[in-house]
Design a protein. Structure first.
Length: 144
């Protein structure tokens, strides 16, 4: 299990979607960044043609050192974590589209900016940084 939160994303063109997102502390970035798969990009109105015009192609290195290309949008988007009792955000995030990716991934800086604290990542337990020590939250279910 991993920590999965409900993430609302809104692009500069006012397209919006809410998706499960993995809080991946191993995804290091120098800015709050969210990797999204092609399908989520399409839901946000980001067609391949639009990506060619509005994104830069960057090379990323995944687990095991494997390199892959990603489309990083030049403009930022807004993101919120939405729970049954709270909504944290918006924060500015950089969206990066990775073809072949199936999951939405939050970078370490996005996790920090959204005030997410990973308590027991293997069990999917987390909380917001301003919550009392005894408060815990469980990951949402991911659809496969």
């Amino acid at each position: 299990m991993v920590v999965v939160v409900r993430l609302k994303i809104k692009t500069a063109n006012d397209k919006e979607t809410t998706v499960p997102a993995i809080a991946n502390a191993g995804f290091e970035s120098d800015r709050p960044e969210v990797i999204i798969p092609r399908e989520v990009a399409r839901n946000l109105g980001l067609s391949p043609k639009k990506l060619s015009a509005e994104a830069t192609i960057e090379e990323y290195r995944g687990a095991g050192g494997k390199k892959f290309k990603a489309y990083t949008l030049k403009s930022t988007a807004k993101a919120w974590v939405v729970t049954e009792d709270r909504e944290i955000g918006p924060i500015d995030v950089v969206l990066t589209v990775v073809y072949g990716e199936r999951d939405v991934l939050l970078s370490d800086r996005a996790i920090d900016a959204l005030n997410i604290v990973l308590l027991k990542p293997g069990a999917g337990i987390w909380k917001f940084s301003d919550e009392p020590p005894e408060k815990t939250r469980e990951s949402i279910k991911q659809s496969s």
